[in-house]
Design a binder for this molecule. Sequence first.
Ligand SMILES: [Zn+2]
Length: 262
Amino acid sequence: MIELLKIKATRVLAFILVITLVQGGVTANSQSSLEAYTNIQEIDNPEDYLALCTKNHRFPQDYEPSDLRKIKGIEFLLRDKAAEAFEQMRDAMDAVGLNIEVFSAYRSYNTQQLLFHERVRRHGSAERAEMGTARAGHSEHQSGLAVDIRHIGAISNMSFQYTAHYQWLLQHAHEYGYILRYPIEYIHITGYMFEPWHWRYIGIEHATAMKSGEYTVFEHYWEDNFIETYEIEMPTELTESDVLKHFIPLFFMQAIPVLGGK
Ligand SMILES: [Zn+2]
């Protein structure tokens, strides 16, 4: 009973913490006005390693990268250069005892559409699903340059942020051309919650320039003074379980099933 009460109290605390974080993101963004999925532009250079995919920049429905291949040893696909760089990065991590696994990489437009509908069903509304899942055409996974990573034996994706694996990636991913695409505290720029598991290939030159230029978020590197910022409106009547579907504090690791990436 005492254990149960402890769990309940911890849940309430986590919920308050999460709401505070989310509200912080919204108020920090009071000057902005862009709404997600309005004034959508089609990406005109989808094969470019710097192609920008957001809630307002989408891939053509029929876009499929021309050079997809399997990542060595697993069934997931990436574009050739991204796959090669990923394999080297994975080897470097293995060499220091940091073993990772991929749980998503390339996803076609149609796969994304299925995934999005599944999330809408699970969350009960599109509004809720969009907090963490892209609509078809708007997922970076369609680029074949994005990979979702977790440590072996992970129980939740969010817990990846607390691992040595994640710290290693923050230090070294740029050496292989990868960047953290949805960093914490940039929800008003990216339109997405913090995703410690989602890494995007942009090439060594640009990833290194981004790091040495102290750019945290790709949008700012892509265009200085990037003007598209979102007023993220949390759904009304947000429940604890809605939040927990996206935020999984460390102490919930044992209780929460593994989530798919977006
Ligand atoms: Zn992802």
